[in-house]
Structure formats: structure tokens, C-alpha cells
Design a protein around this ligand. Structure first.
Ligand code: AMP
Length: 410
């Protein structure tokens, strides 16, 4: 199948040929004709499948066709909602690349950055707007955003959007757009709550699924290390020194964990960048740039900060802390072995994570390779209960202090 057969015009085909795309990916093949046919869609596809172009290209095509009629109007015609700033920026970069031989105007707005330049851009007029929910509603309230002419609404990474608590914002945004709009919902997984959201918002959507459960399993060598929590850092350094080379992503559960590991690796002479929700927008972007350019070959991240970000050519993924959701494990290791290349993943399992690894292996349908190493976990080790001296935080009950200061942990 070629992009010509997908009925994309010359300007778009020229741009994607320059980007090096020869044939559409599976999700593009399935999605593009239906979007052009003005259908509502629920698409289950992970980052790395080419899902951004799967909605960006037909949106550009549809708007391109109507361009003369709506010339230089100020109203937004396509709106893409993204849960994270990094993903929003990346989506807009894609739109910019594909639309470079058209006159369509794209812009991105997100929180954590100065609002004034965003107002200026909106004032000049935008055809396609990519936004995070909070900043969009803020600018709408201040009357810089007019959604009354939106023809296509895209909800990207809908599962993450719900995990991050954006459900009310998303519903509000959908209501601000005309009821006749076409709606496309993209999600790496479709749990019940995403299905529910799709049922309330979309109009008889067609479902597309391009996420086979173990899609990543065959090209990624996945190994498992049973290791005491206190020895994880030593194991990590041992592997970096002796076994893992190239560009590496290390996942941690908490922001604190990311910072701590970053310090340790920097002290050991490694070139490290890191991503988590407490870092300012400019620092997060710089970290991504450094990693992409290989100025830093190790990126340490929490799931939310790294989700949806397109980072190619990762040689290995270390699950320094195991995720408690098996799908997250698959997302994480899916960062490596892109586009038919091989990759490696290393899972560190401490005593209190044994249930996680059990569920992950059940989900995958096979056992990971257990690797012997210098710091084995005592097989009889009991899950540890962490109780700091003098800590207000007791197991199973939140202190008043923790309730009051409900900080995001990712
Ligand atoms: P995404 O899933 O949208 O994050 O895309 C993953 C990567 O695939 C990005 O680097 C895209 O530039 C690339 N890509 C998207 N479509 C194609 C295609 N048809 N051929 C080759 N690469 C593509």
C-alpha cells in the first residue's frame, strides 16, 4: 500500500517522502481512510506504531480540501488534546513537518510555560491546535480560544488522560466544541473507563486495534534480576559497566527515585538526563534534546513523564522499579526494538515487587530469563515494610500532613 492509495494529496506526500516514510504503517493503513470518511474512531495503538501520522495526515487532508473556503479564519478547525506537554510538543512538531507544503497553521499550548506568547499565537489565528487540557481551558476562559468551529477533535493517550485525572476537563472541552464534530480517541490500552468515555462522547465509533498483547516480545531480550532493594544501585552500576552499552532508558516509580539515581550515576561519571513531573518545562525539553542527540546516553524517567514520547534507537530499558500494571511494563520495554531492531530489557525485582513480576509474566504469557548476579535476593525474603524513625507515615493510614499536601508522586 502506498500513501497515494490512501488519497493523500501531493503536498502531504512530498513532506512525508522527505521525512523518509515510504509506506504507511498498519495503524495508518487502517485509520486514514476512515478519518477521511468522517467516521468517529476508537484506536488502540501504542507510541511507535505511527499513530500520530495516522490522525495528523487525514486531518491535514480534510482541512486542506476546505482551505479556500475557510481562508485565514481565526477559528480553530482541528483540536488535539494531549495529557502531557512533551507529547503535545511532539504532536505539533509532526503536524508542522507534514503540513510544510500547505498553508495550514498549527500551534501548541501547554501549562508550565509563559502564557503570553501562546495568546499572541492564538490571536494570529490557528487552524490546528494541540493542547494540554488545563491550559486550553484557561485560555478559553480568557477568550483567547474559540472552539465553536472545531470540526475534528482528537483525544490522544486517552488512558493516560484519565489516569491523570483529566476526565472532567476532557468532557468540558468536548462540550465546548460543536456537537457535529468528528471525534477520534487514541489510547495505548482500552480499559473499561476509556470505553465508557468513548461511549459517552463519540458517535457510533469504529474500533481499530493494532496493539497485539506481546507485540514487543519477539525482538526484545527480556531478563529478570531478583535483587534486594538496597542492592539495586550496585546491580545497575555493574550492568552499565559491564553489559549494557548505547542509549538506555531507566524507569523509576517516583520523582524522588529519579533524582536520587541521577545523582548517583552522575557521580559515577555517566552522562545522564532525567524526566519527571516536578521539573520545569524547559529542563524537561532540554533533557529530551540531550538524550536524542546522545549528549546524555542515559535517560532516567517516571512513566508519566516519559509516556507517549517518541524516542528512537534505544538499545536497552532498565526497569529499576517494577510497574504495578503489566501494560506499563510492555510500554516501557516497547521503547527499545523499534522498527524491527532488536533490544534488551532488564527488570529488577525486589522482595516487595514479587507480585508485580508474577502479574507481568502472566500477562506476557511467558517467563522472563532469570539472570544470576552478584547480589541475589534471598528467595525467602519477606516484603519489607519501610518505616522511617520518627516518621508520621504509618503503613495503611495516611497522616494529616500527607492528606493535606497531596503531591503527585510520579
Ligand atoms: P508515533 O507512533 O506517532 O510516535 O510514531 C513513531 C515513529 O514512527 C516516529 O518517529 C514517526 O516519525 C515514524 N513514522 C510514522 N509513520 C511512519 C511511516 N509510515 N514510515 C516510517 N516511519 C514512520
Amino acid at each position: 500500500m502506498s500513501f497515494k492509495l490512501l488519497a493523500l494529496n501531493k503536498s502531504l506526500r512530498k513532506a512525508i517522502a522527505e521525512k523518509g516514510y515510504e509506506t504507511p504503517t498498519l495503524v495508518q493503513e487502517k485509520t486514514i481512510p476512515l478519518v477521511l470518511d468522517k467516521k468517529d474512531l476508537v484506536v488502540s495503538a501504542q507510541t511507535g506504531t505511527g499513530k500520530t501520522a495516522a490522525f495528523a495526515l487525514p486531518i491535514l487532508q480534510l482541512l486542506f480540501d476546505k482551505q479556500d473556503a475557510s481562508k485565514k479564519g481565526k477559528k480553530i478547525k482541528a483540536l488535539v488534546i494531549s495529557p502531557t506537554r512533551e507529547l503535545a510538543i511532539q504532536i505539533e512538531e509532526n503536524f508542522k513537518t507534514y503540513s510544510k507544503y500547505t498553508n495550514l497553521r498549527t500551534a501548541v499550548i501547554y501549562g508550565g510555560a509563559s502564557i503570553e506568547p501562546q495568546k499572541d499565537i492564538l490571536n494570529k489565528g490557528v487552524d490546528i491546535l494541540i493542547a494540554t487540557p488545563g491550559r486550553l481551558l484557561d485560555l478559553h476562559k480568557q477568550t483567547f480560544v474559540n472552539l465553536t468551529a472545531v470540526e475534528i477533535l482528537v483525544l490522544d493517550e486517552a488512558d493516560l488522560m484519565l489516569d491523570m485525572g483529566f476526565i472532567d476537563d476532557v468532557q468540558k472541552i468536548a462540550r465546548l466544541c460543536p456537537p457535529t464534530k468528528q471525534q477520534l480517541l487514541f489510547s495505548a490500552t482500552i480499559p473499561f473507563k476509556v470505553e465508557q468515555l468513548a461511549n459517552t462522547l463519540l458517535n457510533q465509533p469504529t474500533h481499530i486495534n493494532v496493539t497485539p498483547k506481546t507485540a514487543t516480545a519477539s525482538t526484545i531480550h527480556q531478563s529478570l534480576y531478583y535483587v534486594p532493594k538496597s542492592k539495586k544501585i550496585e546491580l545497575c552500576l555493574h550492568l552499565l559497566r559491564n553489559h549494557i552499552k548505547g542509549s538506555i532508558i531507566i524507569f523509576r516509580r517516583t520523582k524522588f527515585g529519579v533524582d536520587k539515581l541521577e545523582k548517583t550515576l552522575l557521580n559515577n561519571g555517566y552522562k545522564v538526563a532525567s524526566l519527571h513531573g516536578d521539573k520545569s518545562q524547559s529542563i524537561r525539553q532540554q533533557a529530551l534534546k540531550d538524550f536524542k542527540k546522545n549528549t546524555a546516553n542515559i535517560l532516567i524517567a517516571t512513566d508519566v513523564a516519559a509516556r507517549g514520547i517518541d524516542i528512537d534507537n534505544v538499545d536497552a530499558v532498565i526497569n529499576f522499579d517494577l510497574p504495578n500494571i503489566p501494560e506499563t511494563y510492555v510500554h516501557r520495554i516497547g521503547r527499545t526494538a523499534r522498527a524491527g531492531k532488536s533490544g534488551a530489557s532488564f527488570a529488577f525485582c525486589a522482595a516487595d515487587e514479587k507480585n508485580y513480576i508474577k502479574t507481568i509474566q502472566q500477562y506476557l504469557g511467558f517467563q522472563l530469563d532469570i539472570i544470576e548476579h552478584p547480589y541475589p535476593l534471598d528467595p525467602k525474603a519477606k516484603p519489607q515494610v519501610h518505616k522511617k524513625k520518627g516518621s508520621k507515615y504509618k503503613k495503611g493510614r495516611k497522616s494529616v500532613a500527607s492528606k493535606k499536601k497531596k503531591k503527585r508522586w510520579y
